[in-house]
Design a protein around this ligand. Structure first.
Ligand code: HPA
Length: 270
């Protein structure tokens, strides 16, 4: 795998000229941050060697560099989900490539369902911890010590420094920011009422179908990580309501300006 990672990193470095030290993975309906980037260069995933190709509607897959505010960043617009059929190695391959290319700090965003009754649709939740509920682990198998340790520490996967900075920025801009535990599960079904309840009982505040694999690999490789969830539905709280992909996308879209602002403020701190 290391050879493929190196080949892809070399390709991107050549194409982009220079790879930023800060990267962001943009989740479902959260691609708008890219429109605020200037001096952009972009490469569609299908042109990147060894990259899988994204298949879900609402995810247009490309990798970009450019400036967001004053920070030069790498952005992944659209990610690879486990439910699409990719292996965990494929889902997390871009994170390996980022590390190899010199990325030091990874920002991650996603859309998720709220199971904490204090949350509302449109809220933004800073992820302070996660529960890995995927059926497969991205680090399962022989460990390549050049990529990271066999038994990575997971006592603080989400940067305490950046979490504190996020709350400072939110207070300054009068943004209501929540924090909590993200449960990562395989999907593609949204949860049944009993499953939402289960995720609340085991300590979750929100549930979604991504992020955990990428964060595990980023931590394994020694990157600093910050992640945000946009609460797009409250499937888990109150009366039983239906959840749809369209609704999730619409809610994500309306929360984007807040999310972008917080990311931009934090990127100044890295
Ligand atoms: N469950 C799982 N994933 C999701 C949800 C949800 O309710 N909303 C957005 N992504």
């Amino acid at each position: 795998m290391l050879e493929q990672i190196k080949e892809t990193a070399a390709f991107l470095t050549k194409k982009f000229g220079r790879i930023p030290e800060t990267a962001v993975i943009l989740g479902t309906g959260l691609g708008e941050l890219v429109q605020e980037m200037v001096d952009k260069q972009e490469i569609p995933y299908e042109e990147i060697p060894h990259f899988p190709v994204s298949t879900v509607t609402g995810h247009c897959g490309k990798l970009l560099t450019g400036k967001l505010g004053d920070t030069f960043i790498l952005a992944m617009q659209g990610r690879f989900h486990y439910y699409e059929g990719y292996s965990m190695q494929e889902v997390t391959f871009p994170v390996r490539v980022m590390k190899e290319s010199g990325v030091k700090t990874l920002f991650v965003s996603n859309a998720s369902g709220g199971v904490n009754p204090d949350f509302e649709v449109g809220d933004i939740m800073v992820i302070t911890d996660h529960i890995n509920f995927f059926p497969e682990h991205p680090l399962r198998g022989k460990n390549d010590d050049r990529l990271g340790p066999r038994f990575p520490d997971m006592s603080a996967p989400y940067s305490k420094r950046l979490i504190a900075a996020a709350f400072e920025a939110a207070a300054r801009h009068h943004i209501r920011l929540k924090k909590g535990v993200y449960v990562g599960t395989q999907g593609p079904t949204f949860e049944t009422p009993a499953e939402y309840k289960h995720f609340r009982i085991i300590g979750g505040d929100a549930v979604g179908m991504s992020t955990v694999p990428e964060v595990i690999v980023a931590v394994h490789s020694g990157m600093e990580v910050f992640a945000l969830s946009v609460i797009t539905d409250m499937g888990g709280v109150g009366e039983v309501i239906e959840v749809s992909h369209e609704e999730v996308q619409a809610a994500a879209k309306s929360a984007q300006p807040k999310m972008t602002l917080i990311m931009k403020e934090l990127m100044k701190k890295v």
